[in-house]
Design a protein around this ligand. Structure first.
Ligand SMILES: [Zn+2]
Length: 217
């Protein structure tokens, strides 16, 4: 297989009303294990590298992405590479500048900790820059519970606000707060399925679920 792009995998999933799974990579062994799992299930997937993982590698993006790219390119299923949860806007700009040639095809701009107007402004600016380099862009609205212990699990994204946010920022996908929570160690999250349905109707781009490892299968 050649390296896939996030946009193509998500477009395929949206056509079949399915989903694409994404897993966080910190080290080479994570990428190897994830791709082995995808191969055994026959599923496409996304290797994602977060701002924290970039910092773990001394602020350098290229070495860990190179490892992911080689592993993805020899995978038996379609695998793409994504930059996950980039809160530092300077790091986002630096990542955007080098991402596409390295094999990264998407980025998540995480400005959900800002108030709504600042989130729109930051996300719209980064999205325009990312689109100029062909990157697919995800943003977040309504903080997703549990991250850094700062968000309440009861946080929810409002459908009308979500639709306005997508229109104002031009993002390609939107992470929403619908009951899942980061870093759960048990699969006991209760998703708000009614809200997911209303969000899917209101928002013209695919929705992204974070904290998926806490969701019962
Ligand atoms: Zn997340």
């Amino acid at each position: 297989m050649t390296l896939a792009t996030t946009g193509a995998l998500i477009a395929d999933a949206a056509r079949s009303r399915g989903a694409v799974i994404a897993f966080n990579v910190i080290s080479l062994e994570h990428a190897e294990g994830i791709v082995a799992g995808l191969a055994s299930s026959g599923a496409p997937g996304i290797l994602q590298i977060s701002e924290n993982a970039i910092r773990y590698h001394g602020g350098r993006l290229a070495p860990i992405v190179a490892a992911c790219r080689e592993i993805a390119a020899s995978a038996s299923t379609s695998v793409a590479i994504h930059l996950d949860h980039v809160q530092d806007l300077e790091l986002a700009r630096a990542g955007i500048a080098e991402a596409w040639p390295l094999g990264v095809s998407s980025i998540m701009v995480d400005a959900a900790h800002l108030d709504y107007a600042e989130n729109v402004s930051a996300t719209a600016g980064i999205t325009a820059e990312a689109h100029r380099t062909s990157l697919w862009v995800e943003a977040e609205l309504g903080e997703i519970g549990g991250k850094n212990g700062a968000h309440a699990p009861g946080v929810r994204t409002d459908p009308l606000e979500a639709a306005a946010f997508v229109a104002e920022t031009g993002v390609d996908g939107l992470a929403v707060a619908v009951g899942s929570s980061h870093a759960m160690t048990t699969a006991t999250a209760e998703l708000d399925l009614d809200l997911i349905e209303r969000l899917a109707e209101a928002v013209p781009v695919p929705l992204v679920l974070h904290g998926s490892s806490g969701v019962p299968t």
